[in-house]
Design a protein around this ligand. Structure first.
Ligand SMILES: *Cc1c(COP(=O)(O)O)cnc(C)c1O
Length: 492
């Protein structure tokens, strides 16, 4: 199994090399040379497996070099979750929620970031690579904490996280400020997520910075979904959800299933696309955006145009104007044209926009449907879910639920649909209370308690205990200062 860059098909690497590198040297993203097929016999075998076994099976198709260590790694990674790591909850005859937030940091990023440290460490071992790894992360809120938790005190790794100073929820910020571990550092960056992401991409691309780190025995890697090792564990839960629904007798093997995905950087929904390329019977992939609806316009009109106002919303992990992983989809729909993909990414960087052909757009709309929900519509959907089904969603998941409603009204499609539920409502307790029409306490921890009273869903201990945890990382820096921050060896 080999991987190629979306911007240069000529340079092939193995899976372990792709995981260790994160980003290709030409700035492109690694993609598998071919997609492994999951046939009917595989599906039947997987139907009887536990979640860690399913994950090890899917990841093993892409990283056969690590086959022997994948199951024990997945068991350790998903052993950190409460009970079932990816439960499917049915709310009406044809609508399900796939809850991906039962891990240590209560967002779906844990599905990949609890496993990635094993994939990285084992890839380095396989390659005989003794260099240390500095994981650099730009986060819109949830990736940062999940990366810190996943890599905390993992030998041979260090983690540095940058988050936008006022673009994350109070709980997300506290989770990162209070992070423990001897190999972790966190700073807030003045600006929005795109500023943080661009600054981190520039750090990756800087030869001077790499050289300075090399002297210390460190090489960069990424825990953002540009890293193949981050994406591949995400493919597994789409298979798992499908099989759970079949196992429950609600659907026959081979029937189509839709997925509605609250989307930001396009990693989660891309994993669903890869699952469909591997043979999972997917009907439509519903790409849900918040008011930052650049993807909706792209899927509908064929132009990706990031030159627009940036809005802060109650779904901060989707407040993104440049969705990095779309590059991988562009590569596929262009017929794997690396030169064209590189040209489009250059245009995006230089002018903020690029356009796909009418034919490409038509090909995309066979599988994808895109829509967005503004704050009001999303709040309404959150309230309705609770009222109608007693289901309590976070403000990202409610965007997907609202967009799914729009999809059904527009298309009349009655295919069973899984709405991907990406965070615990407790990460956004104040906004959730507001959407439910409750008065909102000023204090964030009182808000947790109140949400518990209203919904009877227990507050996770790891969130309520933040109230008394020492605030360890309080630095706020300009994006121009991030190279210095990375190089300074000062530990808080
Ligand atoms: C990261 C995140 C998203 C967006 O996922 P992408 O893979 O970036 O598209 C949606 N919801 C939550 C809660 C997230 O943390």
């Amino acid at each position: 199994m080999y991987y190629i860059s979306t911007r240069n098909k000529g340079a092939r690497v193995t899976g372990p090399q792709a995981v260790v590198a994160g980003l290709a040297p030409d700035g492109g993203l690694y993609v598998p040379e071919t997609f492994p097929e999951v046939g009917e016999a595989d599906m039947r075998a997987m139907a009887d497996m536990s979640y860690p076994e399913r994950a090890a099976f899917i990841v093993g198709l892409y990283l056969p070099e690590l086959k022997d260590v994948l199951l024990p790694s997945a068991e350790k990674a998903y052993g950190r979750f409460e009970d079932d790591p990816a439960p499917v909850v049915q709310v009406d005859e044809d609508t399900y929620f796939l809850e991906l937030w039962h891990g240590p940091t209560h967002a779906f990023k844990d599905m990949a970031l609890t496993l990635l440290p094993y994939l990285l460490t084992e890839s380095k071992r396989y390659l005989g690579d003794k260099e240390g790894t500095l994981i650099l992360v730009a986060t819109s809120g949830d990736t940062g904490k999940a990366a810190l938790e996943g890599f905390r005190d993992v030998p041979g790794t260090e983690v540095t996280v940058f988050y936008p100073s006022d673009g994350v929820s109070a709980m997300q910020k506290l989770q990162m400020m209070t992070q423990t571990g001897g190999n972790v550092r966190v700073a807030a960056i003045r600006g929005n997520f795109d500023d943080a992401q661009t600054a981190v991409k520039n750090a990756f691309a800087s030869p001077e910075l790499s050289a300075a780190l090399k002297k210390r025995g460190l090489a960069f890697s990424s825990a953002n979904s540009i890293n193949w090792g981050r994406l591949v564990p995400q493919i597994a839960y789409y298979f798992s959800a499908y099989l759970d629904i079949v196992n429950a007798g609600k659907m026959k093997m081979g029937d189509k299933l839709n997925f509605a995905v609250p989307t930001g950087n396009f990693g989660n929904i891309l994993a669903a696309y890869y699952a469909s390329r591997m043979g999972l019977p997917v009907g439509r992939l519903i790409c849900a955006s918040n008011r930052n609806n650049v993807l909706t316009d792209f899927f509908r009109g064929g132009e990706y145009d990031s030159r627009r106002e940036f809005y802060k919303t109650m779904s901060p992990s989707m407040d993104i104007l440049v969705s990095s992983n779309l590059e991988r989809l562009l590569f596929e729909i262009s017929g794997r044209d690396d030169a064209l993909t590189a040209q489009r990414m250059r245009a995006l960087k230089e002018t903020g926009t690029y356009t796909v052909t009418a034919r490409e757009r038509a090909a995309l709309s066979e599988l994808f449907w895109a829509g967005y929900a503004d704050e009001e519509t999303s709040a309404e959907a959150l309230g309705n879910l609770f009222e109608e089904y007693g289901y309590i969603a976070d403000p990202h998941t409610s965007v997907a639920a609202a967009v799914f409603d729009g999809y059904v009204s527009e298309t009349g499609d009655d295919t069973p649909t899984v709405i991907v539920s990406t965070a615990s409502p407790y990460k956004f307790a104040r906004d959730v209370l507001k959407c439910l029409g409750e008065t909102v306490p000023d204090d964030d921890f009182k808000a947790l308690k109140k949400l518990e009273d209203v919904t009877a869903l227990p507050v996770p201990d790891s969130l309520s205990s933040l109230q008394t945890a020492p605030r360890r990382f309080t630095a706020v820096i300009d994006k121009t200062e991030i190279f210095d921050f990375i190089l300074s060896e000062e530990k808080q």
